[in-house]
Design a protein around this ligand. Sequence first.
Ligand SMILES: NC(=O)c1ccc[n+]([C@@H]2O[C@H](COP(=O)([O-])OP(=O)(O)OC[C@H]3O[C@@H](n4cnc5c(N)ncnc54)[C@H](O)[C@@H]3O)[C@@H](O)[C@H]2O)c1
Length: 362
Amino acid sequence: MATRKAAAKKSDRVGWGIIGCGVIGPYHATSIKETRTAKLVACCDVIPERAQKLAADFGPGVKAYTRLDELLADPDVVAVSVCTPSGMHSEHVIAAAQAGKHILCEKPLDIRLKAIDEAIAAARECNVKLAGVFQRRTYESTKKVREAVRTGKLGKLVLGDAYQKYFRSHEYYASGAWRATWELDGGGALMNQGVHGIDLLLHLMGPVKRLSAYARRLVRNIPVEDTAVAILEFENGAVGVIEGTTSVTPGYDCRIEISGDNGTIVLHGEKIERWDIPGEAEATEEAASQGAAADPRAISVTGHVHHIEDLCAAIKEDREPEIPGIEARRAVEVIKAIYLSSRNGGCSVELPLSYEDDGIGI
Ligand SMILES: NC(=O)c1ccc[n+]([C@@H]2O[C@H](COP(=O)([O-])OP(=O)(O)OC[C@H]3O[C@@H](n4cnc5c(N)ncnc54)[C@H](O)[C@@H]3O)[C@@H](O)[C@H]2O)c1
């Protein structure tokens, strides 16, 4: 890492600001440190101690702000990570774009499709880059599976499934007033945790055409769903299921199963668990750990490092980042369709959704 880092002079690095210094903000700070192209110059949180702690932990020279407009007025800040509660993302993306900052926004890009579209439009109009976080897309295993699907190794796609059996405690839900609220989390087991696996499923299988779903509160005393199931039909004709929960013990990392008439691949967390394609003996591995399945802080920084370096490269080369806003929107639309179907007794919902369908509740 030391040699890699030496390749770029400190002054060449993209000055970075972090907006929101709660759980994920410090992961962005650690990730920035791991890159060879970015340097943390400022952070901001409405809770002063959080901003001050992050600045002190990653200083010297990192400025701590308590007001977003102060961070956005700082000329040393060229790009920002938006790490605030999900329902504030669009507002903060738009403010950053209008201040001329490039943006890496945590998942989900926002919890309302209209807000997402406004954020995408603001970035376009202000001529800044907007990238979404979906770190699972960056795994080598994901790239290998996507290439196998893309090149037709599985034959005609038949089934695409995402199983996300997670555990989140009462303490987790009590750890922030915004968690598990419709207004700021936008949902529960799917909009917060399951959005990762749903994005991965769409990344591998392509868009969903229609779905039917049930979303329920089965265990936790929260207003949003803690469990949901959906039956999907993809645009390519394949079918599949999504299962998502935060209420089972012990909690397992996400499993994605893709099956065609010529083979099946199973991704479990970062690992390829099965690669059953005639004539191919791809090494499969047991999943080493269950990732953040039961512990929201058990996140590796590798994916975030990749996202930050990609945004730096996108700025330098004036190209789109690997996950532009429009890509980060896709999983949110499927989740909104699941909630809409559930609200209507499990009826079939066609995509794309209109803004009128973008309501809340299950
Ligand atoms: N990619 C991942 O694996 C991953 C993991 C965890 C969280 N997240 C996402 O990151 C976001 C934040 O989640 P978290 O768990 O860190 O939440 P958190 O509550 O721990 O942190 C959010 C922080 O934002 C601050 N904040 C609120 N309004 C602000 C404002 N106007 N200006 C500046 N700061 C403000 C809060 O004070 C808080 O410290 C969510 O959207 C979540 O979905 C992503």
